[in-house]
Design a binder for this molecule. Structure first.
Ligand SMILES: NC(=O)c1ccc[n+]([C@@H]2O[C@H](COP(=O)([O-])OP(=O)(O)OC[C@H]3O[C@@H](n4cnc5c(N)ncnc54)[C@H](O)[C@@H]3O)[C@@H](O)[C@H]2O)c1
Length: 441
């Protein structure tokens, strides 16, 4: 079946709560790519190919030629932050990109000024800013964000908008009764309940107005029944949580390989140093807890110790993040993995990844924004599990275990694109044409 996909005509607005390192690296990157001075490396929507049909057909178009995606020249950027810096100034502060590159796109970046944020310091104790909205209730704050979205759309002549949360990681909270239905959630907004986080207010405003919402941080945000129900009501695609970059990216590449070969794992110790503002926020135990939960979930789902207690029943998994200012955004991670093989003999793997956090995250923001917009134009709503590929802790329907294996996530994403466009799904069985080839030899 081919979906009835509305064409990507007109302008797409990408609205971002949190114009920090990731968001500014993303926006600056797109502007540089538009000028032809850089390449969109790491972005599947821009550089990836997809196989169609049988292997014998040799059809491998670029993803962006296969599915109708917004063109980079048709994007308008906007966002909110608790600091008043425009995107050029914020990018300079983030110290991810070189000065000559930033200067070449200064005019484009300077005009993007953050709207006043919805902020509550009890959720991010290590930050304080002045560019913040005030209102009597959280419900009124949500109405202000809805008005921001509408104004942005008008001022930038956009016919569609998506929202991607790139704000700081909020403190750890768990779902409670106030998150269980739209009715209770709206009552809680009006009663200023403390367990309604700022990110939930942005998510509510987006979903209420049919704007697709993706959550790049590990916060609960739209992963609550109330907002899922709202997404169904307003036919809005949603997804999260936490961009899959750095150490967790490596983990979900390596762990499926060990599991595939039935090798045992006794322990996996992961530690990081990073010195950007994200690292500073995560230095607070309440915020680190949110990240820790997101990072820890990965191995359990890949190894499924309940199915193979001999191989993974004793697995000890520890994750540490250490704030270390001299490294800035250039995160360094170490993994020590204690594995065992035939007859239980021990082996070790060491990984030392010197990565650049925001360089890995920026193409994810781009792909999520473009695919969320595609989902909306394809009348897909609710949790977009096919975008799990991009998340450390993919949101699923209650009762379903998320898929963490990056290769299964890729197959699911590619098959979803084929499904949307009415192409055959690829099972990699190949028997249907293999026999013909053997006979033709
Ligand atoms: N860089 C990565 O590889 C990566 C990977 C996964 C997840 N993340 C998450 O993405 C988020 C952004 O990371 P970053 O490195 O850009 O951090 P950052 O600290 O540079 O930027 C976050 C920005 O959000 C702003 N902010 C905080 N609360 C806000 C609110 N309520 N409304 C509007 N703005 C708000 C802060 O002022 C800051 O400018 C973090 O939550 C981080 O954990 C990053």
């Amino acid at each position: 079946m081919k979906y009835d996909v509305t064409p990507a005509t007109g302008k797409l607005g990408i609205l971002i709560p949190g114009l920090g390192a990731v968001a500014t690296t993303f926006i600056a990157g797109v502007e540089a790519i538009k000028k032809g001075i850089a390449q969109p490396i790491g972005s599947l929507t821009q550089m990836g190919n997809i196989r169609l049909g049988k292997r014998t057909e040799d059809r491998y178009p670029k993803i962006k030629e296969f599915v109708p995606l917004a063109d980079l020249n048709d994007i308008a950027f906007g966002g909110w932050d608790i600091y008043e810096d425009n995107v050029y100034e914020a990018a300079l502060n983030a110290k991810v990109l070189d000065l000559p590159l930033l200067q070449s796109i200064k005019t484009e970046l300077e005009v993007i000024k953050p709207m006043k944020a919805v902020f509550d310091q009890s959720y991010v104790s290590n930050l304080a800013g002045t560019n913040v909205k005030t209102a009597a209730t959280k419900y009124d704050l949500a109405l202000q964000v809805i008005a921001d979205i509408e104004n942005f759309k008008k001022e930038n002549d956009c016919n569609r908008v998506v929202m991607v949360w790139c704000g700081s990681t909020e403190k750890y909270i768990e779902e409670t009764d106030i998150h269980s239905s739209i009715e209770k959630f709206e009552a809680a907004l009006k009663n200023n309940e403390s367990l309604i986080a700022p990110s939930m207010i942005y998510a509510y405003a987006a979903i209420k107005t049919g704007v697709p919402f993706a959550n790049g941080a590990p916060n609960l945000t739209c992963d609550i029944p109330a907002l899922l129900e709202l997404a169904k009501q307003t036919n809005t695609p949603i997804g999260g949580k936490d961009f899959k970059t750095g150490q967790t990216l490596m983990k979900t590449i390596l762990a499926p390989g060990l599991h595939a070969r039935a090798l045992g794992v006794r322990g996996w110790f992961s530690t990081n140093i990073l010195g950007n503002r994200d690292g500073y926020v995560l230095d607070h135990p309440d915020n680190f807890r949110t990240k820790e939960v997101s990072k820890l979930s990965v191995l359990d789902e890949i190894f499924r110790p309940e199915l193979n207690p001999e191989l993974y029943g004793e697995l000890y998994h520890k994750v540490r993040i250490n704030y270390y200012p001299p490294h800035g955004d250039n995160k360094e991670s170490w993994d020590n993995i204690d594995i065992f093989g035939w007859l239980g003999y021990s082996m070790q793997i060491k990984i030392n990844f010197l990565c650049r956090d925001s360089i890995l995250a920026a193409p994810i923001v781009l792909d999520l924004a473009l695919f969320m917009d595609l989902a909306k134009r394809s009348q897909m709503s609710g949790i977009q599990e096919w975008l799990s590929f991009y998340f450390k802790s993919p949101q699923t329907l209650p009762g379903l275990k998320p898929e963490h294996d990056i290769f299964k996530q890729l197959i699911k994403m590619q098959n979803t694109l084929r499904h949307i466009m009415g192409e055959d799904l690829i099972t990699h069985l190949g028997l249907d044409y293999y026999q013909d080839l053997v006979e033709a030899m």
